[in-house]
Design a protein around this ligand. Structure first.
Ligand code: ASP
Length: 348
């Protein structure tokens, strides 16, 4: 018996994958989806039915943000029942942010949402775009023995690997292996065959009793502040005293350490006084924040700074936007920031 072809909707937002070089200026700019498809003629051989939605204006991912995330979420919501999965073509520069934001916004997701792109435009002979796109489509169409989708979360497929979307960071502006997921294993590898690993059956494979929904309210009045030796505490105080600020991701040293001076602690205590949630994430890509391991982090714990454990800054800042967009108390936001919601950080 012939099984029905899986239906995948490609959402094309822009990025290098679909760019061509302008002969006059030498700069890369996006081209139309049909041209992109022509550059990968073998796609028609895939056992997948493909439709496409294109952003009205194709963008470099430097211009992607909450508005674009809501746009992608809306397209997925409008087409959720009609498709078996979604492949989002996106620039690599901010792909980790978009994947993280979508992982929070798409509640009770039961279908694959896989982001991909490339380091070289798909029309270039050595481009990584073709294999990334084909791998993403195959993984989005893959089913288990019961005919259920293998992927039921937001992922990124890049350089032969399938990653949990909210665990990655762009690591290289040069290599085809552009992303790293230092604190969480790869979910699948595309070699001669696609090899699936155990973690694919993580939290997302426990079906939710609640229906799929897309949260579209995000509060972007948040900041990532990377501390550095010589940073004047008054600079931080100035930011925290800004009446617009609603949340801060504090990038600290090593396992979550920061200056212990009275001036630093006093500046940070402005956040507590103003009920501005602060989450502590490490500047190290690998490892975890452990507040209290060194004396140089106890002051943060005593102030009520949330322990970000092994979360990436990309996931922390988008999680904050998502939580602040809901009608939650300061205490609730702080509590949820410190707990895994979509596998974005280690459990207790
Ligand atoms: N500047 C491009 C973008 O993020 C880079 C890429 O796609 O790789 O849109």
């Amino acid at each position: 018996m012939r099984t029905k072809k899986r239906k995948i909707l490609i959402i094309y937002t822009g990025g290098t994958i679909g760019m061509v070089r302008d002969a006059a200026t030498g700069a890369l700019y996006p081209f139309k989806f049909d041209q992109l498809m022509e550059a990968v003629p073998g796609l028609r051989l895939l056992e997948v039915e493909i439709d496409a939605y294109c952003f009205p204006e194709l963008i470099d991912s430097s211009d992607m943000g909450p508005e674009g995330w809501v746009h992608i979420g809306q397209v997925i919501e409008d087409n959720y029942a009609a498709y078996d999965g979604f492949v989002v073509l996106h620039g690599t520069d901010t792909m980790a942010y978009t994947a993280s934001a979508l992982s929070f916004m798409l509640e009770n997701l039961g279908k694959p949402v896989i982001l991909t792109g490339s380091q070289l435009p798909v029309g270039v002979l050595r481009s990584d775009g073709k294999s990334n796109l084909v791998n993403a489509l195959e993984m989005a169409a893959a089913t288990d023995a019961d005919g259920e989708p293998m992927v039921r979360e937001v992922c990124v497929c890049f350089g032969d690997s399938l990653f949990r979307g909210n665990r990655i960071t762009k690591y290289s502006a040069e290599c085809f292996d552009a992303f790293r997921s230092a604190n969480f294993p790869v979910l699948a590898k595309a070699g001669v065959h696609v090899k699936w690993f155990e973690d694919i059956k993580d939290y997302s494979h426990t079906p939710s009793a609640q229906p799929f929904r897309v949260r579209k309210k995000l509060d972007s009045r948040v900041l990532i502040l990377k501390i550095h030796p010589g940073m004047a505490p008054d600079m931080m105080r100035f930011l925290l005293e800004n009446s617009e600020l609603r949340g801060m991701v504090l990038e600290t040293y090593g396992s979550g350490n920061a200056p212990t001076s009275k001036a630093f602690v006093e500046a940070l205590s402005v956040a507590v006084r103003k009920h501005i949630p602060v989450i502590n994430v490490s500047q190290c890509a690998e490892g975890s924040v452990e507040m209290g391991k060194y004396a140089a982090s106890t002051q943060l714990r005593d102030l009520g700074v949330v322990c970000g454990k092994d979360i990436t800054a990309e996931a922390a800042v988008t999680k904050m936007m998502y939580l602040l967009g809901q009608e939650l108390s300061y205490e609730e936001v702080c509590r949820l920031l410190g707990e895994p919601l979509r596998g974005e950080m280690a459990g207790r």
